[in-house]
Design a protein around this ligand. Structure first.
Ligand code: ZN
Length: 201
């Protein structure tokens, strides 16, 4: 069974780990991890655990293969570029992959939350696609903008989540944002001994 274990630590809010944003963050992290050249089952399991998922049985190479297929479908939502296109892609994925909306508490181990997969023990790829589509649907609904984007740094394949109502984000990380700013500075001003300060992604 997969669920976020009811382990409380100081400052940890059990219910926030089930929030839409937490699931959307997990979606982006998994897409990025699964886009690596040859992600190992252990590396993927580490990302799942880092986002609070219970991985009671080791992932198999087949699990990773099917998760990668799901990740490549979900990536299209992040590369859509605008809300209309993202909504069309999410609709296609929902039609293709989701079951009826249901509530589960995983036998009392989690707060009640919605699922679109067929069963609490559904295969990893079905769970990943359905839970991600649900979170991305709610984010698009709530914000009326594309839920995420593709990093604008040349050669970086990572996706990121769009920020709440702030300015549009362009990079997956502070590291990519800084690298691009340094590159732009060098292109514009020649080689300077003082690269610009780090900047918010
Ligand atoms: Zn990047």
């Amino acid at each position: 069974m997969r669920y976020i274990a009811k382990v409380l630590s100081p400052g940890d809010d059990w219910s926030t780990r089930h929030s839409v944003l937490a699931i959307a963050r997990r979606t982006a992290a998994l897409i990025n991890a699964l886009s690596a050249d040859e992600p190992t089952p252990d590396a993927v399991a580490d990302v799942l655990r880092a986002h609070g998922e219970e991985v009671s049985r080791p992932l198999s190479a087949h699990d990773v293969c099917t998760l990668r297929s799901a990740a490549s479908l979900l990536r299209e939502v992040f590369t859509a570029g605008d809300a209309d296109t993202a909504a069309r892609i999410i609709n296609g994925l929902l039609q293709r992959s989701s079951g009826a909306l249901r509530l589960t508490s995983h036998g009392g181990n989690t707060p009640w939350h919605p699922h679109l997969d067929s069963d609490d023990d559904a295969p990893w790829d079905e769970w990943f696609l359905a839970s991600s589509c649900l979170a991305l649907t709610v984010l698009l609904w709530d914000r009326q903008r594309s839920p995420g984007g593709l990093c604008a740094s040349a050669g970086c394949p990572n996706v990121y989540l769009t920020q709440g109502s702030g300015p549009s984000r362009r990079y997956c990380s502070r590291r990519c944002a800084t690298r691009e700013r340094v590159a732009a500075h060098r292109r514009g001003a020649g080689h300077s001994p003082h690269p610009p300060a780090a900047h918010r992604p």
